[in-house]
Unconditional design. Structure first.
Length: 154
């Protein structure tokens, strides 16, 4: 099955969204929102999760990025900063809850049944939303649980 990787962005940091990429990993981690309480484990090892990005794609669905940094412009242009991250495709949102349809951390992997993301706020109108993650993938050896506070990239 062919998949187009469309990147979507919510930058979870205490700075306004900018199109400038981070200047260093130290600068990136220094701007992480203290409210973030998410733990991402890949292949049994904790993975950085200082940023979260979300955006509506052309099909109308949402995609969520959680990782160690980048900018809205980089993700809208389908560029990665070389850091560690997961990218999550979301199904239709009902009462703020979206099922996870796919998860990526390199090649695409399937999320386990019951994996969800809860979005607190309207991505179409809000400048910031809180996102609760409850994602597992045996295939990807992934576990992502917790909450990130994020700016919405438009």
């Amino acid at each position: 099955m062919k998949r187009a990787l469309v990147l979507i962005a919510i930058v979870a940091c205490n700075k306004p969204s900018t199109d400038a990429p981070p200047t260093s990993s130290a600068a990136t981690s220094a701007t992480a929102a203290p409210a973030n309480k998410v733990k991402v484990t890949l292949d049994g090892k904790e993975s950085p999760a200082s940023h979260a990005m979300i955006q509506k794609v052309a099909s109308g669905s949402l995609q969520l990025y959680v990782g160690d940094g980048s900018s809205c412009k980089e993700f809208q242009g389908h560029l990665f900063n070389g850091g560690k991250f997961i990218l999550v495709d979301l199904g239709p949102v009902a009462n703020g809850v979206a099922p996870v349809t796919d998860v990526w951390h390199g090649p695409p992997d399937s999320a386990d049944p019951g994996s969800t993301v809860t979005i607190h706020g309207d991505v179409a109108t809000a400048s910031k939303v809180d996102v609760d993650l409850s994602i597992t993938s045996k295939e990807a050896k992934l576990d992502a649980k917790g909450t990130v506070s994020a700016d919405v990239c438009k």
